[in-house]
Design a protein around this ligand. Structure first.
Ligand code: NAD
Length: 281
């Protein structure tokens, strides 16, 4: 187990990339408009591509259009189009509720939002005793406030159009269990879990479902410099918390497609762990 604790992020990423047997859960979203925040890279990019492949019109709402280094190449909306889908990019900072409201309004040009994926997130690594108010507020603004108002504005728009839409929030394995060096990040993700549950309760009578996905370690840009140290393990390196391995972003995407589908019509307020089994440890 110590060997795994010492494994570099590159090792985890390579193991994930080599993984076989990724499932296929696809539904027909050809009549639907899906907003994905943070869709320029990582999990959001994979989710956007998944919905695009399934026929949805995808709006990628991100602070930047270009993919990050790991996702070299074509911007997400162009890639969706190359694969035969419909997509566009909107410059949105989810920490500003007015910008979220604007992109929800913009989606009306495509018939209005049917599925809202509040996925944009940031991470910093700090010991609990070192977290500053500014660092806390920065993470909270993007991760928690972004998901809160993304849920609120999207749901309001769905209700006003009489649409029984779906909101999906990206939380984290840290939403439900303690881990080292990111108590402030975990606090934001715990908040996202509770936004999901509370909104699901209040929005159910309107036919709007709200669910979350809790990824474990996924080989994306946000994790650079994260897994190489003790985050997945105690400082003694003795406590394994990852039965499987790091995931590829593609391995997350189908969870979102499932939760947005009619197959999940009786699922709301749920947080689906897609974490390699980490939460059972
Ligand atoms: P990533 O860094 O590859 O992608 C995050 C995206 O969010 C980027 O495209 C970035 O530009 C965008 N973004 C950042 N701040 C934004 C803002 N203010 N407004 C709009 N867009 C913004 O990382 P990822 O791993 O794909 O992260 C996606 C989500 O998954 C995040 O919420 C993250 O907390 C969560 N998550 C990731 C992991 C993991 O191991 N990678 C684990 C658990 C949860």
């Amino acid at each position: 187990m110590r060997e795994r604790a010492a494994a570099s992020f590159a090792t985890l990423r390579d193991a994930a990339t080599d993984a076989e047997g990724m499932g296929e859960i696809r539904a027909d979203y050809s009549e639907e408009t899906v907003i994905v925040t943070g869709g320029s890279s990582g999990i959001g990019r994979a989710v956007a591509l998944g919905f695009g492949d399934a026929g949805a019109t995808v709006i990628n709402a991100d602070v930047r259009e270009e993919p990050k280094d790991r996702d070299t190449g074509t911007p997400t909306h162009e890639l969706v189009r190359e694969r035969g889908g419909e997509a566009t990019f909107v410059d949105v900072d989810v920490s500003d509720p007015a910008e979220i409201e604007a992109v929800v309004d913009y989606a009306r040009e495509y018939g209005g939002v049917d599925v809202m994926v509040n996925n944009a997130g940031i991470y910093t690594k700090s010991r609990f005793r070192d977290v500053t108010p500014a660092e806390f507020d920065e993470l909270y603004g993007v991760n928690a406030r972004g998901a809160f108002f993304g849920t609120q504005y999207a749901a309001e728009d769905m209700i006003s159009r009489g649409v029984e839409g779906v909101v999906l929030n990206t939380t984290s394995d840290t939403q439900g269990r303690a881990s080292w060096d990111h108590s402030h990040y975990a606090a934001t993700k715990g908040a996202v879990r509770m936004v999901t549950r509370s909104a699901a309760l209040e929005l159910a009578p309107e036919g709007v479902r709200v669910n979350a996905v809790a990824p474990g370690p996924v080989a994306t840009e946000i994790r650079e410099g994260w897994s190489e140290e003790a985050s997945e393990f105690g400082p003694d390196g003795e406590t394994p918390s990852l039965p499987l391995r790091a995931a590829t972003p593609d391995e997350l995407a189908d969870a979102y497609l499932y939760l947005a589908s009619d197959g999940a019509s009786y699922v709301t307020g749920e947080t689906l762990w897609v974490d390699g089994g980490g939460h059972v440890c």
